[in-house]
Design a protein around this ligand. Structure first.
Ligand code: NDP
Length: 293
């Protein structure tokens, strides 16, 4: 069997068209232009690319984008002061601090300084708590994108055995919460899980969010299962030039799975599209209007 390839790029492009239409409607009906502020600290080249892509996508959707580039030597106090300004800026509806942060800055303190209503990454403990107890709130973008991709194959996830490999606060845990919300039967695996290949072979859906290139082998996949690969790893490619690889051994898994996301072109584009959707949702909640998103 050769798996159906879940084209995250195309699915994200469709979502971005929907978002742009909603942005036009909000401008016409409510004079609302959602605004996203992104803070980038230091000169991590991967972060620079992510931030540039997020800013471009925000503008392309007709929203207001601002990027605050700070030196790697910025103090935590100065960063918190900037966040405080953005929290009270009425033109800014979403605030995102690009991770990772330099080691002298306490990432948790930064996350907690963002006004929860503007926390478009969904990392603030208030939003994480609301997700955990089933209340509406801002939900992390990558897990949201994973669910949307899985639902292109299984419109209902109810009763399906879903395995999430990885338990980070930004991917694994919120993804597991979203799967529970969809009534899937959820297993969360991590570095202490025993016999992960056997656990994986029982799953109808495998979500790999580990950060280790090609860790999930073809032999770990139940025939016909859906595989969503969150991993973004830089590995040596042809001629020693770095290329991106997922957490799943794609060429093996593709022969066994029913459906699979590629890397690149799977979860990554969905993350950006979901960030735009979260910014629109945040703007609508803040000014008290409903949204079709
Ligand atoms: P973290 O490093 O925060 O978490 C990795 C998780 O994987 C941990 O829970 C860890 O377990 C678990 N793990 C590590 N080794 C093993 C192992 N051998 N067996 C089972 N579990 C293991 O990573 P993130 O969640 O932040 O990111 C995961 C991947 O997703 C990365 O490649 C990252 O680049 C990518 N990513 C992609 C995004 C996108 O837009 N596509 C967005 C965000 C992340 P333990 O808790 O026990 O240590």
């Amino acid at each position: 069997m050769t798996a159906c390839i879940i084209d995250g790029k195309a699915i994200a492009a469709e979502l971005r068209i929907k978002i742009a239409l909603e942005v036009r409607r909000l401008a016409a009906e409510h004079r609302l232009v959602p605004g996203l502020a992104v803070i980038l600290i230091g000169d991590n080249p991967a972060s620079e690319i992510y931030v540039r892509n997020k800013a471009r996508a925000t503008r392309d959707a007709g929203m207001q984008s601002s990027v605050h580039r700070l030196s790697g030597a910025t103090t935590q106090r100065d960063l918190l002061a900037l966040i405080s300004d953005l929290n009270s800026n009425a033109a800014v509806h979403g605030i995102l601090v690009q991770l990772p942060l330099p080691p002298h800055i306490d990432a948790q303190a930064v996350i907690e300084a963002i006004e929860p209503a503007k926390d478009v990454d969904g990392f603030h403990p208030l939003n994480a708590g609301r997700l955990a107890i089933g209340l509406p709130g801002l939900v992390p973008c990558t897990p949201l994108g994973c669910i949307m991709l899985a639902k292109t194959i299984h419109p209902s996830l109810a009763g399906r055995d879903a395995l999430v490999i990885g338990r980070s606060n930004i991917v694994g845990k919120p993804l597991a919460q979203l799967l529970l919300r969809e009534n899937a039967t959820v297993t969360i695996a991590h570095s202490k899980t025993k016999d992960l290949p056997a656990v994986s072979r029982r799953a109808d859906l495998v979500f790999a969010a580990v950060g280790q290139a090609h860790m999930v082998r073809g032999a770990w996949i139940k025939p016909g299962a859906t595989v969503i690969d969150v991993g973004i790893n830089r590995v040596p490619g042809a001629g020693g030039k770095p290329r991106l690889a997922g957490d799943v051994a794609y060429s093996e898994a593709r022969e066994v799975a029913g459906a699979i996301t590629p890397v690149p072109g799977g979860v990554g584009p969905m993350t950006i599209a979901c960030l735009l959707a979260n910014t629109v949702r945040a703007a609508c909640t803040i000014i008290g209007v409903s949204t079709t998103l």
